[in-house]
Ligand binder design. Structure first.
Ligand code: ADP
Length: 264
């Protein structure tokens, strides 16, 4: 009955807790000699049935710039999600921790890694829905990969999923997502623009002196994030393109990757 994405709990060794997030705690561990990250899902936080139905689709998504999902333990609660282990943790912390040490080329390469992974998701017609630097992870050799794709669809906490909720990622969301919950690859592009801003700000929080309500007000008035000091003009132009009011006026990820490629 269990699919081939099902991992038996006895195959897993949990070593130590490495973090905790919205979903629950994250452990470093081993699965058949391979180092893995095991995400334990807090009880009642996620629609487990819906996730189980989707897990096989998410496992088929495989790309060097996506954090690979290896399998799931579903036969007990809490649910375990078993991922590729990323030594350097989340991108936000990585940027803050090494602030001042990045070359212009390092920062551009991070943006290219993420857009490379997003070109793949876009062409797979898979919408991320929660793209942000905190949902990107950094490998041992400093490659940035995208994590948590599509996961918000299974979150039951409406503070997180409703655009007026206290945990809703307003700072990364496009106007049509905030207003109508209309997600698309183009709303992912908007969020990617904010990630580029986070990268060139070395991990600053977007609009850090504004409340969520004030951010929405600013967006309604057509205001956008300012160019970070380290950001070249031509990268800032790509941010502004990603933050066009109308989704159809924004670039695709294929276009963004091409443009970033030309800057290198
Ligand atoms: P959030 O709810 O903020 O998205 P997560 O639950 O995804 O947070 O992860 C919490 C923390 O656990 C991350 O900030 C990171 O430090 C660590 N972590 C998550 N996934 C992995 C992974 N695949 N490899 C290594 N560390 C990870």
């Amino acid at each position: 009955k269990s699919g081939k994405w099902e991992i038996h709990p006895d195959e897993l060794i949990l070593s130590e807790e490495v973090g905790s997030g919205q979903f629950g705690s994250v452990w470093r561990g081993f699965w058949h000699e391979r180092q893995v990250a095991v995400k334990t899902v807090r009880k009642g936080f996620m629609s487990e049935e819906e996730f189980k139905e989707e897990a096989h689709i998410m496992m088929k998504l495989s790309h060097p710039k996506l954090v690979q999902l290896f399998g799931v333990v579903t036969q007990r609660s809490p649910l375990y999600l078993v991922f590729e282990f990323m030594e350097n943790g989340c991108l936000t912390d990585f940027l803050r921790g090494k602030k001042g040490c990045f070359s212009p080329d390092d920062l551009l390469t991070m943006c290219m890694d993420i857009s490379d992974g997003m070109v793949y998701l876009e062409s797979s017609n898979f919408i991320h829905r929660d793209l942000a630097a905190r949902n990107c992870l950094v490998s041992q050799d400093s490659v940035v990969k995208i994590s948590d794709f599509g996961m918000t669809r299974f979150v039951l906490d409406d503070q997180y999923t409703c655009s007026h909720g206290s945990k809703f990622p307003v700072r990364w969301s496009s106007p049509e997502v905030i207003r109508f919950g209309k997600y698309s690859s183009k709303s992912d592009v908007w969020s990617f623009g904010v990630i580029m801003w986070e990268v060139y700000s070395e991990g600053r929080t977007p609009y850090d002196n504004r409340s969520n309500a004030e951010v929405v007000e600013d967006l309604n008035q057509g205001k956008r994030l300012p160019k970070p000091r380290l950001c070249p003009q031509n990268v800032h132009q790509l941010m502004e393109w990603s933050w066009k009011e109308k989704p159809e006026d924004r670039p695709s990820f294929a276009q963004l990757l091409h443009q970033l490629d030309c800057l290198e």
